[in-house]
Design a protein around this ligand. Structure first.
Ligand code: ATP
Ligand code: MG
Length: 307
């Protein structure tokens, strides 16, 4: 029998924590503009997100949705400690987040696997890096458990280039789960997948989440994905200076499947509200783009006239 120690990633929690786990207080991110020599060809600073405050409770599944380019990844990267907030604070379990850490596991859209390592190698390497004191046997066991969890048995010795997109994303999810983070952060994890694989993996995530309830923050562009998986949906405004427009509570009972969710009396209302928000914000962004294009082509014409 294997004894769990505190430094063991799969050690059972003493008791299920409750209350606020992650707290964002007035978080803003400003990307500095380019400074040309003698101030020529300079561009202004860009305020991506503006004073975003958000409290996330333990073991909730939160999705973030908003128009393209509004600042979703920027916000997630700040929570993950991969990027620093310009102003404001992020705390996890009342401790300030100052950089990346094993308490926050990341799953990326482009998988970010190491191509020279097998499936088992990629997962094992992550566990070994975070928990260097674990025995080889224990690491092997954690790798097998997580490979089983994401349904990849038989693919252990394959390299990333030998896998489909869906399988690569399963490895990414297994790798993040293997270090047993307190919070799982996922940036459009199914964005690169075909519709069928995507639908299948969404249901897999729901199944895994039922088994290992933990806090998840996931970015998505899919209304149906958000409704299937979330307890709360954070809807962001368009950028620049994006904010949280509204947070929706999703009341569907768990465990869920697509069919039961779609037949819930609250489904149509929530879907319509999300569609209206996204349509409104995206239409504004597109109109601004067209106007900017018109302005620049008018400027080009006047330049031509001068020649
Ligand atoms: N390193 C950077 N330097 C300057 N601007 C940046 C940088 N990273 C992001 N931005 C800008 O910040 C804004 C938000 O970008 P972000 O990638 O967070 O958007 P997003 O909501 O994740 O978009 P998408 O849905 O397309 O993934 C964009 O206008 C982007 O151009
Ligand atoms: Mg993004």
């Amino acid at each position: 029998m294997i004894m769990h120690t505190i430094s063991d990633p799969q050690a059972p929690a003493m008791e299920a924590p409750t209350g606020i786990q992650l707290s964002l207080s007035q978080v803003s991110k400003v990307f500095p503009g380019k400074r040309g020599m003698f101030n020529r060809q300079s561009s202004p600073d860009f305020v991506a997100i503006d004073e975003v405050s958000l409290d996330i409770e333990h073991n909730t599944f939160v999705t973030i949705i908003g128009p393209s380019g509004c600042g979703k990844s920027t916000l997630l990267n700040i929570i993950g400690g991969l990027s620093e907030a310009t102003t404001g604070t992020v705390t996890m379990d009342n401790q300030p987040v100052t950089g990346p850490g094993p308490d926050r596991g990341m799953v990326f859209q482009n998988y970010a696997l190491m191509p020279w390592m097998t499936v088992a190698g990629n997962i094992g390497f992550a566990v070994e890096t975070v928990y260097p004191k674990l025995s080889k046997a224990r690491i092997k066991q954690i790798v097998s458990e997580n490979i089983e969890l994401v349904d990849l048995i038989g693919a252990e010795r394959k390299y990333p280039h030998e896998l489909s997109g869906g399988m690569r994303q399963r490895v990414g999810i297994a790798r993040a789960l293997a270090i047993n983070p307190k919070v799982l952060l996922m940036d459009e994890p199914f964005g690169a997948l075909d519709a069928l694989t995507r639908g299948y993996l969404q249901e897999e995530i729901e199944r895994i989440w039922e088994q290992h309830r933990k806090t998840v923050i996931m970015i998505t562009h899919s209304i149906d994905e958000a409704l299937l998986l979330s307890d709360k949906i954070v809807m962001m405004t368009r950028g620049p200076a994006a904010k949280i427009a509204q947070i929706l509570d999703v009341p569907f009972p768990r465990p869920r499947d697509r069919n039961s969710v779609e037949h819930h009396p609250a489904y149509d209302g929530l879907r319509t509200e999300m569609e209206a928000h996204l349509y409104r914000e995206t239409r504004y962004v597109e109109q601004s783009r067209i106007q900017a294009k018109d302005r620049s082509s008018n400027t080009d014409t006047s330049k031509d006239d001068l020649l």
